[in-house]
Write a protein that binds this ligand. Structure first.
Ligand SMILES: Nc1ncnc2c1ncn2[C@@H]1O[C@H](COP(=O)(O)OP(=O)(O)OP(=O)(O)O)[C@@H](O)[C@H]1O
Length: 508
């Protein structure tokens, strides 16, 4: 025997030691821990938990300890754990201090003489453990996936509810998944840039030529594709969409053109129709067209030129009648230059190009978008829509918005989750932007007061505006110098040759 400590020999002793060790382990590896008594009052917090106190609105442990848990930690479920005696091993808790992965474990009195579960007496308190803070970084993939699935589910439910009774449902006989979900009214925005893109899109809806929607991610390309379909003569036909980036290259051809029965090993015995055929009489929306593999580009071009497709393994050409709307957030001309996108296909698709402007080019739409997105969120959650105070709106309007409307919606969802009140100020926006890692590109500044006429004039090609300004400056200088060209060029600080050059262009 060397006197080193050993495990106790009796079961009780081992369990007591294990419980103590577990407690110390959780206390040291977690972000924070606290205890409540059976009445739900905070009785203890560990060192780690103390750093959350300022964000919860407390400057000292003394103010915090002794308070009923729900009064100091909003949205907590410690009370349920005390009442049910059942632990909540993993949960997400969101309140004004942020979003956390938490664990809640009831504490039972010990029944003397009993062992195992039988030794668990009445609930005398509970432990709250903050396992991780900032789950948006640690659990981001899981949370994004959950949010996406939740949204898809909400969309599907709403669509089902609204479309069952839609008159077009019966007329078209098409299934509910293949209807346009949006009209031009769904595209929020009255800025000149938004009005302009809607005007062009409405015009495109009247034509049957291919449309190419170009714009950054989240600018509303898919929404516009739905709206164009809904306003077109094909509105009664199906709207079928295919996100090329989401389908593995090897499956794309079958997705596009379908396949014949037994076309390849593992193929469905009945064969399957491709998206071109499913879109017959309607619109086929090809999202992320820039991601299309070169080998398939030739086949797509042939289909568009001939109006026929050949299902895999069928040796048969089938005519189709679908209007194609393609979209991409990539620089297609650059892909063409690099040989990664066929030039002939580019021209085939680029018949009616529409550039969908990013949010930062239509900042004046942000308040209306915030309102519309807030209403939509409220409808889904059943809670009141968040109300952003003017300083909060100004801060949002100053952001760069790399993910555009989708990113704006994400921030609003975070704000609604984290805020205790529906009135949200700039400080709260700043905190959420910082936590979600969104860079703030400019200090909050009021939106420039540009009237509508000014806006329309300023949102034209720069070269055109500069040429106009030069023309006006030359006219003013000529008037001031009585038409003397040398004096005019000196007054404007340009050479006489430049002056003549500009006068020729202006006169031509
Ligand atoms: N002007 C707008 N008004 C209202 N909602 C909008 C507007 N623009 C975009 N949205 C909403 O933002 C989200 C993203 O839009 P959408 O999917 O149409 O963008 P996208 O340009 O197709 O994006 P991506 O290139 O990433 O597929 C959708 O929920 C859409 O309804």
């Amino acid at each position: 025997m060397n006197g080193a400590p050993t495990l106790p020999l009796d079961a009780q002793g081992i369990l007591a030691l294990a419980a103590r060790s577990m407690f110390h382990l959780f206390s040291s590896i977690s972000q924070g821990m606290f205890l409540v008594d059976r009445s739900g009052r905070i009785v203890w917090v560990n060192e780690g938990y103390k750093r959350f106190l300022p964000a919860l609105g407390f400057s000292s442990v003394d103010e915090f300890v002794g308070q009923p848990v729900e009064a100091v930690i909003h949205n907590t479920q410690m009370r349920e754990v005390l009442e049910s005696g059942k632990p909540i091993l993993i949960d997400l808790l969101t309140n004004k201090a942020g979003t956390f992965v938490v664990s809640r474990i009831p504490l039972h009195a010990e029944i003397e003489g009993a062992t195992g579960d039988a030794a668990l007496g009445e609930v005398i308190g509970a432990i709250g453990i903050v396992l991780f803070d900032h789950p948006e970084t640690t659990l981001q993939p899981l949370i994004s996936k959950f949010a996406m699935l939740q949204r898809d589910l909400d969309d599907a439910r709403r669509e089902l509810a609204t479309q069952r009774n839609h008159p077009l449902w019966k007329q078209a006989g098409a299934d509910g998944q293949r209807r346009a979900k949006h009209t031009f009214a769904s595209f929020i925005g009255s800025s000149p840039a938004a009005v302009d893109v809607k005007r062009h899109a409405r015009r495109a809806a009247q034509s049957s030529s291919p449309v190419l929607l170009l714009g950054e991610t989240g600018t509303g390309k898919e929404l516009l594709a739905h709206a164009i379909h809904a306003a077109s003569a094909r509105a009664h036909g199906p709207f079928v969409s295919l996100n090329i980036a989401a389908v593995p290259d090897t499956l794309l051809e079958a997705e596009f053109f379908g396949f014949a029965p037994g076309a390849f090993t593992g193929a469905d015995r009945k064969g399957r129709e491709g998206k071109f055929k499913l879109a017959d009489g309607g619109t086929l929306f090809l999202d992320e067209i820039g991601d299309m593999p070169l080998s398939l580009q030739a086949k797509l071009l042939r289909a568009l030129q001939e109006g026929e497709i050949e299902p895999l393994g069928s040796n048969k050409l089938l005519p189709f009648d679908a209007r194609v709307i393609a979209a991409t957030s990539r620089d297609l001309p650059a892909l063409v230059r690099d040989g990664r996108f066929r030039e002939d296909l580019y021209y085939r698709l680029n018949v009616l190009p529409l550039r969908v402007p990013p949010l930062r080019e239509r900042r004046s739409d942000i308040p209306a978008l915030v309102e519309a997105l807030g209403e939509d969120m409220a409808q889904r959650s059943g809670e009141a829509p968040p109300e952003l105070l003017p300083d909060a709106l100004a801060l949002l309007a100053a952001q760069h918005w790399r993910g555009n409307t989708r990113e704006l919606r994400n921030v609003l969802e975070q704000l609604a989750m984290r805020s205790d009140s529906t009135r949200i100020d700039a400080a709260e926006v700043k905190r959420v932007l910082a936590e979600t890692g969104l860079e703030q590109i400019a200090a909050p500044e009021p939106l420039p007061s540009v009237d509508d006429a000014d806006q329309a004039r300023l949102l034209r090609p720069m070269a055109e505006q500069i040429a106009e300004l030069e023309h006006r400056a030359i006219a003013a200088a000529l008037r001031a110098t009585g038409g003397n060209k040398l004096a005019t060029s000196r007054l404007l600080g340009i050479s006489r040759a430049t002056l003549y050059d500009r006068m020729t262009v202006a006169g031509s």
